[in-house]
Design a protein around this ligand. Structure first.
Ligand SMILES: Nc1ncnc2c1ncn2[C@@H]1O[C@H](COP(=O)(O)OP(=O)(O)O)[C@@H](O)[C@H]1O
Ligand SMILES: [Mg+2]
Length: 209
């Protein structure tokens, strides 16, 4: 069955586009038919896709959209796992996207300011559709490795008993930097590859794939 995963966080720079590309690339690695719908005018995923060589083996379809995405757009897409990247603002189309998505994935960075943005994002989602299944992926993009990410996980789990906070987290690594013809899977960094595969396995498990 077709599943739609919406990547959402009202804050910019928390890794929405990075996660969109890497999740989809990892789904491909696991032989799922998967694609990204890029609803951000800045079009990070779209640009990446356009700049890739024709014979780049790590590629997948990135649908660019001009305007709002609705249920009909989703139905017309062949791929079974659809990842939707969003702009760093909560807007009217996000409400429609929340309605039509099966899961919402919030990338969250472990700082106080990010926690506030995560909180606002969760409130927004619950206002639109209280029964939404929310998954949080902690993207530890801070320079200094502390235990803040573990504290954040505990805090989120205590605060939101109905939200799934992934055990597997993403850490700051150059391997994640998006460049044409590259994702973590095209680089030599095995740690990063393992990190993404473990995260994706956890997410697939949770969504019943
Ligand atoms: N885990 C990570 N390690 C290193 N750099 C990262 C990581 N996640 C994101 N970045 C970088 O942080 C910046 C913002 O990420 P991006 O995915 O564009 O965020 P958003 O889409 O939420 O605005 C980009 O320059 C990206 O390369
Ligand atoms: Mg982005």
């Amino acid at each position: 069955m077709k599943k739609v995963l919406l990547i959402l966080n009202q804050k910019g720079g928390v890794g929405k586009s990075t996660l969109s590309i890497h999740l989809t690339r990892a789904f491909k690695e696991k032989n799922y038919k998967s694609a990204v719908i890029d609803t951000d005018m800045q079009g990070t995923c779209m640009l990446w896709s356009k700049q890739n060589d024709r014979n780049f083996t790590g590629s997948f379809v990135v649908y660019g959209v001009d305007g709002n995405v609705d249920k009909r757009d989703i139905n017309s897409i062949d791929e079974e796992l659809i990842v939707i990247d969003t702009p760093p603002r909560l807007n009217e189309n996000n409400k429609e996207l929340i309605e039509l998505s099966n899961y919402i994935i919030i990338p969250a960075a472990p700082t106080n300011f990010d926690l506030w943005a995560t909180d606002e994002t969760i409130k927004f989602i619950k206002n639109v559709k209280p029964s939404t299944k929310i998954i949080i992926v902690i993207n530890n993009i801070s320079q200094n490795r502390s235990n803040m990410e573990l504290d954040l996980k505990k805090l989120l789990e205590k605060q939101y008993t109905d939200i799934y906070v992934c055990d597997n987290m993403i850490y700051r690594r150059n391997a994640y930097i998006i460049e044409p013809n590259f994702t973590v899977f095209e680089r030599k960094n095995d740690k990063a590859k393992r990190e993404i595969i473990n995260l994706v396995n956890e997410i697939l498990d949770y969504i019943g794939e």
